[in-house]
Design a protein around this ligand. Sequence first.
Ligand code: COA
Ligand code: MG
Length: 277
Amino acid sequence: MLYVPGDKPRAIEKARTLAADAVILDLEDAVAPEHKAEARANVRAALLAGGWRVPVLVRVNGLGTPWEHEDREMALLSGASGLVLPKVEDARAAQELSLGRALWAMIETPLGVLNAPAIAAVPGVAGLLVGANDLARALRTRPHPQRLPLLHALSVVVLAARAHGKLPLDAVFNDVRDPAGFARECEGGRALGFAGKTVIHPDQIAPANAAYGVTDEQAQQARALLDAWEEGRAAGKSVVTFGGALVEGMHADEAREVLALWTASQDSVIDSSDRSH
Ligand code: COA
Ligand code: MG
């Protein structure tokens, strides 16, 4: 998911052409107080103009800010696919804002992490987004190449979302000129169980899609495993081996998921040259 500042019309237009799976038009942290009204007008115009190939979410200003009501009203009346709500700290906040539109809750405070399971359980919540910049500041952690100081919080978000069938999305990586660091963080997030990455710059989209996507080789492996599984099952076996390793039902399910993801990426309406898996 690509964040796009609401006060940068040029970036909003560019976002229409990029290979992100969803766009988050931001009215919150990326927009200074004196630009809030102008950003809201830009976002409204971009939504009403239509023509978006992917879901467009609006990150509204948080509860208790002077802009919250106008932001939410604009997003809902202009046809946003969903809302991203910053600094969600309890289930009540998420419940109040479940207005028949997908709600993506940002977990970016210590209390938000501790209450993440209850927040993820709210029916209108589609997924949890980690806000690592705010979280690191609130926790007084130090930067670390493997994000060890944030590891527990990141895992709690994945656990909470997965427990309720919601999507956990990893935090942004600030240094848009550090592709190696970005790729490392994508791999780390995927290994933890995140479903995808939130990104802040066009250059981060292809590497995130590559890290979270399925390579042709992985798809072929999944196909071969599934063939071995189905052959074994047809022969009356409860479990089979593939390449020397035990294969059970859940491995077959996983292979089906990998193949579905690969097929979806082949069918993508978005410029497939950017999807380098
Ligand atoms: N979405 C869409 N387009 C973007 C973009 C974004 N998030 N970030 C940059 N671009 C566009 C620029 O408009 C520019 O387009 P152009 O060639 O048509 O002029 C092009 O990509 C290159 O941008 P670049 O000059 O490399 O970026 P920058 O140095 O000006 O800005 C950032 C870097 C990080 C400030 C900028 O990418 C940004 O504002 N990102 C989003 C920040 C955000 O949303 N924060 C809140 C969530 S944490
Ligand atoms: Mg934040």
